[in-house]
Design a protein around this ligand. Structure first.
Ligand code: PNS
Length: 162
């Protein structure tokens, strides 16, 4: 059983995230989408809301994917889960330096797991949760960027925060 962890803030989950998770589910026997709680960030959605949105979006479509939430060192979660890989999406060269540093640190902390980078699909190259949130805050159309199940929830929450 080859287990992979797809970590992130998922605040909220985007079509870019969903693409990476879907492709990871084809490469590994079991995939854990991990909503990581980062005390340094002020999220728009609680961890429970983020988990719920991811579960709603995945539905029954990816039977080998589960969703969890965690606060702490990713390397520790990965070790405890018995995972062999951390899967991340790489959008552009600008992502690389940060992701490279994280991959090396995670390898040092847990030599049993490797970070696997999947190239983001070209239509998602510029997509990020923070970009989507900015557009939503000003009443812009976010339906191209988010899975349809959560568009209204995200638009409603962020519009009302203006
Ligand atoms: O979606 P994000 O915010 O870019 O995801 C970043 C995340 C959650 C993957 C990263 O911040 C993380 O792994 N946090 C957990 C704490 C940790 O292990 N930090 C790295 C030490 S090498």
């Amino acid at each position: 059983m080859r287990i992979a962890v797809c970590p992130g803030s998922f605040d909220p989950v985007t079509k870019g995230h969903l693409d990476i998770v879907t492709r990871a589910s084809k490469l590994f026997d079991r995939v854990i989408v991990l909503v990581v709680i980062n005390a340094a960030k002020t999220p728009s959605f609680t961890p429970e809301e983020r988990v719920r949105m991811i579960r709603e979006v995945i539905g029954d479509s990816l039977p080998n994917v589960e969703v969890d939430t965690f606060s702490g060192l990713l390397a520790d979660y990965v070790r405890d889960a018995g995972a062999v890989a951390i899967v991340k999406g790489l959008r552009a060269v600008s992502d690389f330096e940060y992701e490279f540093q994280m991959a090396l640190a995670n390898k040092k902390l847990n030599p049993l797991a490797d970070t696997v980078f999947l190239t983001t699909a070209s239509q998602n190259m510029y997509l990020s949760s923070s970009l989507v949130k900015q557009i939503a805050q000003f009443g812009g159309d976010i339906s191209d960027f988010l899975p349809p199940q959560i568009v209204d929830k995200v638009a409603g929450r962020l519009c009302s925060q203006r």
